[in-house]
Design a protein around this ligand. Structure first.
Ligand code: URP
Ligand code: ZN
Ligand code: ZN
Length: 611
């Protein structure tokens, strides 16, 4: 659709609606707020006011002759789209007149990608990410991603609701594709607990991210994290964690500087794999004890991935998100002689110097030990990275990925034979849609789903380069990578935004997609466990024998607390063994030593059978 034309008709009210291709609007529709101008500074002349006229004026599309690929099956069929929704799928469809035909013979027709992890225009480490909600989402679309989920991440002690409003204001006027938000909890108080409730019930948030890294900035202590996890479980929200040991990183970073190692290689050396794996394990333990579902963002190392894999096999409700960077490149770049090149790869947790890491993570992704892919897209130009030219601790952390994720995963996953196209769809969109509770509106080609569609040419190839990418950043961590598998047409809400190599977008044409709580994929097992693992006390006669006396000099009253390791609390319940997934075992009163019955469905929990 020609948006420029549409805008001109709208501002020149005297003209006929017939001037707008495929326009179904009536003259009366002209009386609404169509005259809203494009945002200031916009290169584009049309702005989506979201009114009835605009939604009905979207193109009718007919995608012909392609092979539709969903996460569970692929088949040859045509697709008819109207008003941004898939209306018909099949062969020999009867199509209303005026539809544009897109020829897809020999191509795959897949759901648009969902990038679960971006930081557009994030204020961070004294500067802000250079890709904003406009350039970032434009680039996403160019690469076949039709929805992003960004993080509301403000300073400690800032109201979560105020931060949310700030992000909505930034994003709503700029996004070219649909988007949703996660909210970050970087401090804890009763007020935060209240705001989490409002975010879930009124603002379309169903996931909260916490940091075990960035000491004194975003980091929570274990007791706070446990409280947030309990709150998430109550609200039906998913807990997410950036898993690195922030205390250790602070210590080891200072040691590096003391040793005179100030370059980007120190960034990796002061936070090796173990530091990520320890925090991953700790987060999983705390979440499991709170019976809270957990999502580990940016899984960067074999060690952390093994922790996630093991926890899943023990039945814990945990999901792992490798990112384009960890699947597509490695940390050997930190030792590159060019400072800018090395600094361009600095992110947290870091890429790993073990060059077999990307292949290993891809194997786990292919086999469902890991489930979803994001990018952690958070980009900084050379001059911004140079803030840390003399001290690696000041290099703004973050890399690109939002444009190239689909190609990188196809190249390293499908082209290598590790995963089939259905699994590609699962890990690039469907699983994200299920976890974040917007399936099948997103993540599936089906009648009634949003027309977020990519016509994917598995036989075409392209070479990634900062010279040709659509992102605002001046560097690309995948520079020179030859990728088979290219997005040829991309549709978002039924608009063709990548059209024969041309990206045609307008600021603000994307929508905010609220994420409802209590996703079935995430919470069905949790709710069952809530019921089956309720602690219950043992009814017994009170003990009436002698009790040893402790004098004040031996021990102050304050020290006699339940978590004192020297004086364990002898409450019977706490002595009862746990199952590996964290459920308390029920004890047969008559023969307590022998008979233990799991109160939980099998280790691994009841399978939802979704993947
Ligand atoms: O280096 C990174 N990952 N930058 C963005 C903030 C975060 O930790 O996700
Ligand atoms: Zn992070
Ligand atoms: Zn991030």
């Amino acid at each position: 659709m020609d948006f420029t034309h549409c805008f001109k008709v709208i501002v020149n009210r005297g003209k006929e609606f017939a001037d707008i291709p495929n326009c179904l609007g009536s003259q009366d529709d002209m009386e609404c707020s169509h005259t809203r101008e494009a945002p200031e500074g916009s290169a584009d002349t049309w702005h989506n006011c979201g009114c009835e006229h605009h939604t009905s004026a979207q193109s009718r599309l007919f995608i012909k002759g392609g092979r539709i690929v969903n996460d569970d099956q692929s088949f040859d069929a045509d697709i008819y789209i109207e008003d941004g929704i898939i209306k018909q799928i099949g062969n020999n469809l009867v199509i209303p007149g005026g539809a544009r035909t897109i020829e897809a013979k020999g191509k795959l027709v897949i759901p648009g990608g969902i990038d679960t992890h971006t930081h557009m225009q994030l204020p961070f480490m004294g500067t802000h990410a250079v890709d904003d909600f406009y350039s970032g989402t434009k680039a996403a679309l160019a690469g076949g991603t039709t929805m992003i989920i960004d993080f509301v991440l403000d300073q400690k002690n800032v109201s979560l609701l105020e931060a949310y409003d700030k992000w909505r204001n930034w994003a709503d006027s700029k996004v070219c594709c649909d988007y949703a938000l996660h909210s970050c909890v970087t401090w804890w108080s009763p007020e935060v607990a209240k705001e989490m409730d409002i975010l879930c019930k009124e603002k379309g948030i169903n996931s909260f991210k916490m940091f075990l890294a960035y000491k004194d900035v975003f980091m929570l202590e274990d007791n706070e994290l446990y409280e947030v996890f309990k709150r998430c479980r109550e609200l039906g929200a998913l807990g997410m964690v950036h898993a690195e040991n922030g205390h250790l990183i602070a210590e080891k970073s200072s040691e590096m500087i003391q040793h005179g190692i100030t370059g980007p290689e120190a960034h990796e050396m002061c936070r090796p794999e173990e530091v990520e794996a320890e925090a991953t394990n700790r987060a999983i333990t705390l979440a499991n004890q709170a019976n809270c579902p957990l999502y580990i963002v940016h899984v960067m190392s074999k060690s952390a991935a093994k922790v996630v894999t093991k926890a899943r096999r023990q039945g814990k409700v945990v999901f792992g998100e490798p990112i384009a960077a960890s699947l597509g490149t490695d940390g050997t770049h930190y030792w590159n002689k060019c400072w800018r090149h090395a600094a361009g790869h600095v992110m947290g947790p870091p890429l790993r110097p073990d060059p077999t890491t990307p292949g290993y993570l891809m194997d786990l992704l292919a086999n469902n030990d890991l489930q979803v892919t994001g990018t952690d897209n958070c980009t900084f130009n050379a001059d911004q990275k140079a803030l840390g030219k003399d001290d690696f601790r000041k290099i703004p952390n973050g890399v690109n990925g939002v444009e190239d994720r689909m190609s990188v995963i196809w190249e390293k996953g499908v082209h290598t034979g590790k995963m089939d196209p259905c699994r590609f769809v699962a890990v690039t969109s469907t699983n994200a849609a299920k976890i974040f509770n917007i399936y099948p509106q997103k993540g599936r080609i089906a009648v009634g789903s949003d027309a977020d569609i990519v016509v994917w040419n598995p036989n075409a190839s392209r070479t990634i380069s900062a010279k040709t990418h659509h992102q605002a950043v001046d560097f690309n961590i995948f520079e020179g990578m030859l990728c088979h598998g290219v997005a040829e047409y991309v549709m978002t809400n039924g608009h063709v935004v990548l059209d024969e190599g041309q990206v045609r977008v307008t600021q603000g044409m994307g929508r905010f997609i609220p994420l409802p709580c209590n996703s079935e994929t995430v919470f069905s097992r949790i709710r069952e466990r809530e019921r089956t693992t309720k602690p219950c006390k043992v009814e017994r006669e009170p003990y009436d024998g002698p009790v040893a006396k402790i004098t004040a000099t031996q021990m102050s009253e304050k020290m006699i607390v339940a978590d004192n390791p020297i004086i364990p609390n002898n409450a019977e319940f706490h002595g009862r063994p746990m199952t590996s997934s964290g459920a308390r075992q029920q004890i047969d009163e008559k023969s307590p030593r022998r008979s233990t019955t799991r109160s939980l469905n099998p280790p691994g929990g009841k399978s939802s059978g979704l993947w």
